[in-house]
Ligand binder design. Sequence first.
Ligand code: C5P
Length: 216
Amino acid sequence: MKFVVTAGPTREPIDPVRFLSNRSSGKMGYAIAEAALESDHDVVLISGPVNLAPPAGAKLVKVITSDDMHDAVHEEVRACDVLVMCAAVADYKPARVAKAKIKKGDEIFSLDLIPARDILKSLPRFRNFFVVGFAAETNDVEEHARAKLATKNCDMIVANDLSDPTIGMESDENAVTIFSRNGEIEKISRASKKIIAHALVKIICAKAKKVLTKNF
Ligand code: C5P
């Protein structure tokens, strides 16, 4: 199968030297790309700025902003079987990017933010590739994950509970719950991101084969 995996954060520029971003390390997305390669799949890895070595054998597409990632995803999904949206894409971006460095002052300073384009929501409703979204939540994990499955039109949502600070973002370990469109729930208990990635690739392939009208 051909996998497109997104990983890492995006950076949303404020002025020539500043940006808004988040704590995503890219480790989970890179581990999924590696696990898919080790299972003999073709992999395109669309990555925001991270400090990780790219997995050998993947086509690496480097992006910075949520708009870059949006365009790269739309380009690469034209010939894919599975899209795994593991990246922590910005939800908001500055309404305007200042051309010159913003000067420091003594007054309260505020930025106008506008919603960034939601990449999952921008995908065609009817398509012949399997879509996996991620949900990093600090509370009501199941409720939010189920809502995302519907509103973002995903085949599967992988939820991780951020209320435990020792796993998930930046960590080498994770624990996830998988919610599928058909109502199935599967849990992968705490393990290294590499082990979780292998388990995820196996589950994704099995479900994608059932849903897609293609021969593999
Ligand atoms: O809405 P939230 O950001 O929590 O949703 C997370 C999921 O949506 C992830 O799969 C992420 O890659 C995707 N996402 C997106 N476009 C955005 C923000 C998040 O596709 N602008």
